[in-house]
Ligand binder design. Structure first.
Ligand SMILES: NC(=O)c1ccc[n+]([C@@H]2O[C@H](COP(=O)([O-])OP(=O)(O)OC[C@H]3O[C@@H](n4cnc5c(N)ncnc54)[C@H](O)[C@@H]3O)[C@@H](O)[C@H]2O)c1
Length: 332
């Protein structure tokens, strides 16, 4: 198949591009490099990717339209987005402009060029705070607690509305839980890990001496050790979920997670263990928008497809990210 991947110069998109080319698919990429890196494009090339790259906003109809002309893509995988809960609470308009306002223009280009399969990167952030700390099913009422989560709900609604009027158009929305780790074969990884606000990259940057300390944001959550609990899915497993779902697009929503929750303290301890390095850890106030507990019930995608996560041990997940950092930073 021929895929158009938006956000392919970012962390998850690049891992998916690698899986797609390993399976013999053709892939072209659009990314404005606002949060991605040309270095990732170079890593993809060095791993055999020979598709075309357009540096552009997804909402730039002229440039995207020209790029799509004559290429006959079969499927879009849409990763391009700003992704930080914290940043979205500080600057919601930026999030609505980038993630939402550009989307109808992009979708118009996709539809105009006859692409009828669409996979959306959605997020567990659509669920927000729930009443009880139980694994979340897809039918759980959506209750985003950040503008970021709201942007993902809005994209799902736009796709749903469009698909209802156009029976040939089929989409799946994959609601990722916390995506972590780097390619197990170390062919690709998170080159911008040091700038990330995600817990594992922050801890590992600290272990690598790039960051002075890490903060635990809030120790009074309604969880056993008082810190937030999240479900961590290895990025290679997540990438495989895209490959599996593409044959089953039916305008539906799927959680993608491991179904196991780890607290912030568990993650810090895993990073201390696998790096065997020191980290200064400080406890500080809660960040706005962080729910107590987000853990997936991911049985739906496992019933629909053959997908199953393989790297489920948290130490294996953190180790794959640490090995990547050691490789690109030449650490002993
Ligand atoms: N990382 C996670 O844990 C996680 C969890 C849930 C969902 N997601 C979703 O997965 C997707 C990919 O996340 P990631 O972690 O790889 O983020 P990332 O920031 O590494 O990648 C996003 C890419 O999109 C590009 N981009 C952003 N806005 C764009 C625009 N308007 N036009 C063109 N390019 C644009 C950026 O330059 C970047 O390369 C996002 O949609 C995110 O919301 C991520």
């Amino acid at each position: 198949m021929k895929f158009l991947v938006t956000g392919g110069a970012g962390y998850i998109g690049s891992h998916v591009v690698l899986k797609l080319i390993e399976q013999g698919h053709d892939v072209n990429i659009i990314d404005n490099l606002s949060r991605g890196s040309i270095e990732i494009i170079d890593y993809l090339k060095s791993n055999g990717w020979n598709g075309e790259f357009l540096k552009s906003d997804i909402g730039d109809i002229d440039r995207v339209g020209k790029f799509l002309t004559g290429k006959n893509h079969d499927c879009v995988i849409h990763f391009a987005s700003f992704i930080s809960v914290g940043e979205s609470t500080k600057n919601p308009i930026q999030y609505f402009e980038n993630n939402v306002a550009q989307f109808p223009k992009f979708l118009s280009s996709v539809v105009f060029h006859g692409i009828e399969k669409f996979i959306l990167s959605s997020s567990a952030a659509v669920y927000g705070n729930q009443k009880d700390n139980a694994p979340i099913k897809e039918e759980t009422p959506l209750n985003p607690s950040s503008p970021y989560g709201t942007t993902k709900v809005m994209l799902e609604q736009m796709l749903d509305a469009y698909a209802k009027r156009n029976p040939n158009f089929k989409f799946a929305s994959l609601r990722y839980f916390n995506v972590a780790g780097c390619n197990i074969d170390q062919k690709i990884g998170d080159v911008l890990f040091a700038d990330k606000e995600n817990l594992i990259p922050m801890c590992l940057s600290c272990a690598a001496g790039i960051r002075d300390k890490i903060s635990i944001y809030g120790t009074d959550y309604n969880t056993e050790d008082g810190t937030c609990i999240r479900d961590y899915i290895h990025v290679d497993d997540l990438a495989n979920a895209h490959i599996e779902i593409v044959e089953h697009l039916n305008n539906d929503y799927y959680n993608v997670g491991n179904g196991v929750g780890y607290s912030v303290r568990d993650i810090v301890n895993s990073c201390l263990k696998i790096t065997a390095r020191k980290m200064e850890v400080v406890e500080t106030d809660r960040r706005p928008g962080d729910p107590d507990f987000l853990c997936a019930d991911a049985t739906k995608i496992q019933e629909k497809t053959k997908w199953k996560p393989k790297t489920t041990n948290i130490d294996d997940i953190t180790r794959s990210a640490w090995e990547w950092i050691r490789k690109i930073k030449h650490l002993p």
